[in-house]
Write a new protein. Structure first.
Length: 279
């Protein structure tokens, strides 16, 4: 799909919506202790527990990067860097901006391209496929993942439980004195409790479609998010509803967007999405 690089034009938009069920108990701490527990579950202002979009995004991106790093571009047809590693996109961007600042001081003002134009050219040429979709230090993300709020428990209390934890003495392998703590988790409720996934991607290219299909496949098989993952907590997966794991709406070209706007119609219509990782 030949789409000009950048955010300045809106060519297409795909909105994915599905339900994430808990396979195991989920722990995402608010970061502040309460009277009941050392680590209460994160909640909205009205005390509703939720999964932050940033937590979902980080877990998804990390897993995508690990998989693509292991199979390589020759197999997957997709390029990925590993954040914070040598020669990652962020390090390339840091070096580019450093050189850019030096060059800018030496250029005649009439010969200068704007800073944004030069950064955009760098991003298009140098960023890996993952950073182009998820964003980087010099290029904003085209993939948005919202906070996931609970569904399926309307009128019922969401089951939480305070679990005990203890620090381990690395020398003895036994519980360390004075290192006991506790934390709040949300327990799974089969065929009932789920969290609503809302994910939106714009200016989607063919390579982006490969990445989105990989993301959807990972979510269908199960992914870990939140704390205590090494202890088995935080496994989530897309739940099948009416023989579908998710629904897709949006628009696939600017002409259909313009027609919907000028006629006062809904711009996000149902879209048939091709499943499978098209590598």
């Amino acid at each position: 799909m030949n789409i000009p690089f950048g955010h300045q034009q809106l060519h297409n938009r795909y909105c994915f919506e599905g339900e994430l069920e808990l396979v195991t108990a989920l722990r995402i701490s608010s970061g502040n202790a309460s009277d009941e527990t050392d680590a209460p579950f994160i909640r909205t202002f009205d005390k509703t527990p939720y999964i932050p979009g940033s937590s979902l995004r980080g877990a998804i991106r990390s897993e995508v990067e690990r998989i693509l790093a292991s199979v390589g571009k020759a197999t997957a047809g997709l390029q990925s860097c590993t954040l914070f590693e040598k020669d990652c996109c962020a390090e390339k961007a840091r070096k580019f901006l450093h050189e850019f600042d030096k060059d800018e001081r030496n250029q005649d003002i009439h010969e200068k391209n704007t800073k944004n134009e030069r950064i955009a050219a760098f991003a298009e040429k140098e960023l890996c496929d993952v950073c182009k979709l998820f964003g980087s230090t010099v290029y904003a993300s085209r993939l948005t993942i919202e906070d996931a709020l609970p569904v399926g428990m309307e009128g019922k209390e969401i089951p939480t439980h305070v679990r005990d934890g203890v620090g381990i003495d690395r020398d003895t392998g036994a519980a360390k004195d004075g290192a006991k703590f506790d934390y709040e988790v949300i327990e799974p409720v089969k065929n009932s409790l789920a969290f609503l996934l809302k994910m939106k991607a714009e200016n989607v290219t063919d390579n982006d479609k490969k990445l989105l299909n990989l993301i959807l496949s990972l979510l269908k098989h199960g992914l870990h998010v939140g704390g205590k993952r090494a202890g088995g907590l935080g496994e989530i997966k897309l739940r099948e509803v009416a023989k579908k794991f998710y629904k897709v709406t949006g628009f696939e070209d600017p002409n259909s967007l313009w027609a919907a706007i000028t006629r006062g119609k809904e711009i996000h219509n149902s879209i048939e999405w091709k499943e499978g990782v098209l590598c």
